[in-house]
Ligand binder design. Structure first.
Ligand code: MEV
Length: 310
């Protein structure tokens, strides 16, 4: 029997843009998915993760495909060596928190331990990336990288197929955020595909948007690492506006973003795929964090209070 883990994540800047080789900034969450692997009479997957209603059902087929890709990458034959895999942990499985990458990393780590494969984190990350492909054909790799390494990262996908860039960033102090959950599950494959099609249809419009995003993420790195949280908040708002322009927001996400800002959040934006899933609000200090979370809960949304830069 062996156990592995993978961190959840929130993308502070750059979902979707990261797919096209622009830098993005992500923070791992303190919450993890765990995977326990043990020998069994027949292959069985038990999914005990806490989750948004319908999330597991809607992702089931992608999860089966993802696990198959992980087994192939680890050269594990679950017909010949049947296993029971149990997923659990305190990461709430929902669109936006990197739940699929966290579980892929957890399973990769558990298999590595169970079969004594001798993998280092780099190899675990490669396996988790293979697993992510089950959820959407061509992931950028940011989610699995955050799930495996944790912390606050600057990530640039290598479009030529070589190694991606991952740099650790350091904030002067950790700070509070609130994640607000729309309760809606979205398909990363579908939303990423739509952005690609729209970009091909309107290249000039998208070039302008992508250029503006490039400026935003450069300033965001500077602001985050120097503790300029007001500036970080404003840049998050601008990033959210661009995500609206590329049509990946939705009325529930926009409502939560506005609500957070009305209640004093320094900035707010959707996180991850969009068109459902989660948004995040920058709320330095426990008091502001509680206030913004309470405002969202009053409207019937679930929230997660956590910190970035830990
Ligand atoms: C999903 O968490 C982030 C996206 O940018 C897709 C990806 O990076 O592969 C939407």
């Amino acid at each position: 029997m062996a156990e592995g883990y993978g961190y959840g994540k929130t993308i502070l800047f750059g979902e979707h843009f990261v797919v096209y080789g622009l830098p993005a900034i992500a923070s791992a969450l303190g919450n993890k998915t765990t995977a326990v692997v043990e020998d069994a009479g027949k292959y069985e997957l038990v999914d005990d993760r806490p989750a948004t209603p319908q999330y597991k059902k809607e992702k089931y087929e992608e999860q089966v495909e993802s696990n198959k890709l992980i087994f192939d990458a680890c050269k594990v034959d679950v017909e010949k060596t049947p296993l029971k895999i149990t997923l659990a942990g305190d990461l709430y499985a929902a669109s936006g928190v990197g739940a699929s990458a966290a579980s892929a990393a957890a399973i990769a780590r558990a298999l590595n331990d169970h079969f004594q494969l001798g993998y280092d984190d780099k190899r675990i990350n490669e396996v988790a990336y293979e697993g992510e492909k089950g959820y959407h054909g061509k992931p950028s790799g940011i989610d699995n990288t955050a799930a495996v390494y944790g912390g606050l990262i600057w990530f640039v996908k290598n479009l030529e197929g070589g190694a991606n860039t991952m740099e650790r960033l350091k904030m002067p102090e950790p700070t509070e955020i609130v994640l607000g959950n729309t309760g809606l599950t979205s398909s990363t494959k579908e939303v990423v595909g739509d952005v690609r099609a729209n970009r091909e249809a309107e290249p000039e419009k998208y070039k302008k948007i992508f250029d503006e995003y490039s400026e935003i993420v450069k300033s965001a790195r500077e602001a985050l690492t120097s503790g300029g949280l007001k500036a970080v908040g404003e840049l998050m708002n601008r990033n959210h506006n661009l995500l609206q322009e590329i049509t990946v927001s939705c009325k529930e996400l926009d409502f939560l973003v506005e609500l957070a800002l009305d209640n004093g959040a320094y900035g707010a934006k959707l996180t991850g795929t969009g068109r459902g899933g989660l948004m995040q609000a920058l709320t330095p200090g426990k008091e502001l964090q509680d206030k913004v979370a309470a405002a969202m809960e009053k409207e019937g949304f679930t929230t997660f209070k956590t910190r970035i830069g830990v």
